[in-house]
Ligand binder design. Structure first.
Ligand SMILES: Nc1ncnc2c1ncn2[C@@H]1O[C@H](COP(=O)(O)OP(=O)(O)OP(=O)(O)O)[C@@H](O)[C@H]1O
Ligand SMILES: [Mg+2]
Length: 326
């Protein structure tokens, strides 16, 4: 029997679901390779476990950077592995509806199609992430009125205003949650001479920078860049915010640029309907008020923000044959 899958491969997380099941596969878009032999050892959550247990022996490899596929065969191995792990072994009669960035070129889509073919998928079609998200949110994108969606992911942000069933103005920027981690890492190298894994900073970003949890200080542990000895420093949360804010300001500027390139009639609609914010970074406290101040528009932070795109793709599987080929 034919199977239809919704697939959203992200810089940090891959999400997959099949049309007939309620289950979602959600795993990190990573693999680990043996440092000595360069052999691929594990993918997804298993890779994360291995890196936590034996950090010296293996290194993380990632197929997607800033939302773009950099390593085709690795991307296809990860997708094939996740599908097999979930019990889907015969992929020859499988159809995949994949998310795509608004300004992805045909070459990039073709690369993704090829990568999925390598994984055994029979046919791949595409739907823009912003449209999939709007469908999941039930926004009236077919009406002659402006609807705005902003997806804040790990590696890129996408903002789009939609009306009459298509995208009127949009932007995709290669900045995201992981840029915050990289900037924090670089800050500790420069200011304190301590080198720490970006993994620690992603944890800090996710758990500790929530203003509501009121964590006043953080202990940052790593290695002294000169001596290599273990080193740590305690810093106040207030010291970290300016570094986070720098990336958030770039995001706000990107969103404002889309609003200013939108026809005034549709911008007026946005004063009522507001902007829907999704993607994992939507969970970062303080972002909503920053966007509200920057845009002067109502801001809706969506629940389950990282799952909205794959869920919208899943809703669209019934129209698979009408979706874009490449
Ligand atoms: N509470 C939180 N605060 C800040 N960031 C968070 C929080 N929860 C999750 N994230 C981040 O959200 C990101 C995952 O979101 P998402 O799944 O939307 O990204 P992605 O699809 O992998 O990336 P992209 O779409 O940019 O390629 C991760 O970087 C994760 O650390
Ligand atoms: Mg994403």
């Amino acid at each position: 029997m034919s199977k239809y899958f919704a697939l959203d491969i992200g810089t940090s997380l891959t999400k997959i679901s099949d049309r007939s099941s309620k289950k979602y596969i959600i795993e990190p878009t990573i693999a680990v390779v043996d440092r000595d032999s360069s052999r691929l050892i594990a993918f997804g959550n298993e890779a994360l476990e291995i890196i936590n247990k034996t950090p010296g022996k293996v290194k993380i490899v990632r197929p997607i950077r800033h939302g773009q596929i950099e390593d085709l065969s690795l991307a296809s191995e990860i997708v094939a592995y996740l599908l097999k792990k979930a019990g889907y072994s015969k992929l020859g009669r499988s159809y995949v509806l994949s998310s795509t960035y608004g300004d992805a070129t045909k070459v990039q889509r073709r690369a993704m199609e090829r990568s999925l073919k390598e994984a055994g998928i029979k046919e791949t079609r595409f739907l823009e992430s912003t449209i999939a998200a709007a469908i999941d949110l039930g926004l009236p994108i077919g009406e002659p009125m402006g609807n705005m969606v902003v997806i804040l992911g790990a590696g890129c942000i996408e903002a789009a205003v939609m009306s009459l069933g298509s995208v009127v103005s949009s932007t995709s920027l290669g900045i995201g949650a992981e840029d915050i981690d990289n900037n924090l890492k670089n800050y500790f190298i420069k200011r304190y001479g301590i080198n720490t894994s970006t993994l620690l900073f992603s944890r800090i970003r996710e758990q500790l920078l929530r203003k509501s949890e009121d964590v006043e200080s953080h202990v940052i542990s790593g290695h002294d860049i000169q001596t290599g000895a273990a080193a740590s420093v305690e810093v106040l949360t207030s010291e970290l915010w300016p570094i986070v804010d720098e990336v958030l300001s770039q995001i706000v500027d990107g969103v404002i640029s889309v609003i200013t390139s939108t026809p005034p009639d549709l911008t007026n609609d946005l004063c009522q309907s507001g902007i829907y914010i999704l993607g994992g970074l939507a969970k970062l406290d303080g972002l909503g008020s920053m966007l509200a101040n920057g845009t002067d528009l109502p801001i809706h932070i969506c629940k389950n923000p990282e799952m909205r795109v794959v869920s919208g793709l899943k809703h669209s599987l019934n129209d698979f044959s009408h979706m874009a080929k490449v």
